[in-house]
Design a binder for this molecule. Sequence first.
Ligand code: PEP
Ligand code: MN
Length: 276
Amino acid sequence: MEKNISSSLKLVARRDRSDSVVEVNGIEIGAKKIVVIAGPCSVESRSQILETARAVKKAGAQMLRGGAFKPRTSPYSFQGLEEEGLKLLAEAREETGLPIVTELMAPDSLDLVLSYADVLQIGTRNMYNYPLLRAVGGVNKPILLKRGFSATVDEWLNAAEYVLKSGNSQVMLCERGIRTFENLTRFTLDLSAVPAVKKLSHLPVLVDPSHGTGHRSLVPPMSKAAVAAGADGLLIEVHPQPEKALSDGPQSLNFDEFGDLVQGLRLVAEAVHRSL
Ligand code: PEP
Ligand code: MN
């Protein structure tokens, strides 16, 4: 397997390094405990994000996700609440204590997003955005680097190499599905990438089964499969009323479904000597 991976991976490659642990406000990612990050695709309103933050915290999530700058396929779709969304996320953190994971789309909003976020998410569409990767390499905050939906593992690891080479070693990788000929699911969640990347790199690996499948009914079984495959954490979309969501409703879980998912993960985590 290693022979297919470029030798230019000086900082990201496993070699003889032990697992890197990324710390976010005292929460360790890449250690024994599996980290669950949950929340809506987009921040839509004060009540939506506050209710979701309370519910996911109660169910066992350790961090809150929510997009304020949204990379949408159509320019006519909801583009996010921008700074207002970031303020609402900060209010949710204030109340629940949950650190915030939110997407940074462009270098020109780096300072703004940095002033609110605990983790900067680089989305699938930006994995090849080398100026953006260099920009987040210059900050002292953890980065959640999603796999490009048409990126090979080698390209994805090289994208991480950009961030580390620019000075930021706090990188978490996130498998979120790749585009294949299969159109039953929104993307094809490449779970073989999890043990492969854990072998090739020392960085923590998370899985996003929400974007990876596009269907809420597939999110709980693929979450279990991700944990069984060695994922260090999960990124899950949760909405108070998924059928009314402004983005990604069909793949979002309601609060009860998310609570059941977390409960259902416990035995799988134990089986692979992890905890939740
Ligand atoms: C998201 O997390 O809501 C998102 C847009 O993810 P991705 O970049 O993987 O599509
Ligand atoms: Mn989404």
